[in-house]
Design a protein around this ligand. Structure first.
Ligand code: APR
Length: 255
């Protein structure tokens, strides 16, 4: 592991631009369930029922109950050392850093990350089916069938469901970040959901030599084949370890 961390730190030292793709695993140590684990979010629910437009059309109250329970869970948790290490990485690279997240929990921003692209939307936002207004509602308690305070239309969670397109501008920016980076860190994702996972081959192939892919996960995944370096362990430990190797001075200062 130490050798892999050192190689990963070396790749970061040589990098001009860095992009990060995160998934549910980065929030697992905060207490937010992942999706595909045996006790994961999809275990007790059929994806078609709670995470598709047809499921919402069929039973909006069930869908809102599911998302309100997720909102209530996120209201009880805080960012973990993995999120905080990514804040430090952004401080190191400044505007040459982009964090692309599949997570809708908002914990990266809560930790202090600034340049965050939420490609799957946000649990903290609603979207009106009538006037299309997107509103930041934080984690306040919402009804099981909330309506728009402006036009009275039905609200839905501002989440990208299965069979839906990603928000165009955010997804374009994410592809640019992947295409331009020298290092792509892939953290806590099973890399099974597209198009998010396509950022990995984009980073690997669109430049002359391709970016270095560093995977941080508990176990190898669908992304491992394309990874140049694997840091296997909880990201709340591996990411701070990587930051310490990248910048030993600040590690000493922060102790
Ligand atoms: N540290 C690092 N990785 C972890 C940790 C941890 N502490 N705990 C779990 N993981 C890893 C798992 O090994 C797994 O590879 O996180 C990954 C979580 O995978 P998924 O549950 O499939 O979540 P994700 O990849 O984010 O799912 C992508 O699918 O369901 C949709 O829209 C939803 O955004 C989500 C997308």
């Amino acid at each position: 592991m130490n050798e892999s961390i050192e190689r990963a730190a070396e790749a970061l030292r040589n990098a001009k631009r860095v992009a990060v793709l995160t998934g549910a695993g980065v929030s697992a140590e905060s207490g937010v369930p992942t999706f595909r684990a045996s006790d994961g979010l999809w275990e007790g629910h059929r994806i078609e029922d709670v995470a598709t437009p047809t499921g919402f059309a069929r039973d909006p109250e069930l869908v809102w109950k599911f998302y309100n329970a997720r909102r209530a869970n996120v209201a009880t948790v805080t960012p973990n050392p993995g999120h905080l290490a990514l804040v430090k990485l952004e401080e190191h690279f400044g505007d040459r850093f982009t964090l692309v997240t599949q997570n809708v929990d908002g914990l990266h921003q809560q930790a202090g990350s600034r340049n965050v692209l939420e490609i799957h939307g946000s649990l903290r936002e609603t979207r009106c089916l009538g006037c299309a207004k997107v509103e930041h509602r934080g984690l306040e308690v919402l009804e099981d069938r909330p309506v728009c305070p402006h036009c009275g239309g039905w609200l839905r969670p501002n989440i990208v469901w299965f069979h839906e397109m990603l928000p165009e501008k955010i997804w374009t920016d994410a592809q640019y970040a992947a295409g331009l980076c020298d290092v792509l860190l892939v953290v806590g994702t099973s890399a099974m959901v597209y198009p998010a996972a396509s950022l990995i081959p984009i980073a690997k192939s669109t430049r002359d030599r391709g970016a270095t892919i560093i995977e941080c996960n508990l176990t190898p995944t669908a992304a491992s084949r394309e990874a140049d370096i694997g840091l296997y362990g909880p990201s709340g430990e591996t990411l701070p370890g990587l930051l310490d190797s990248l910048n030993p001075q600040s590690a000493i200062r922060n102790r």
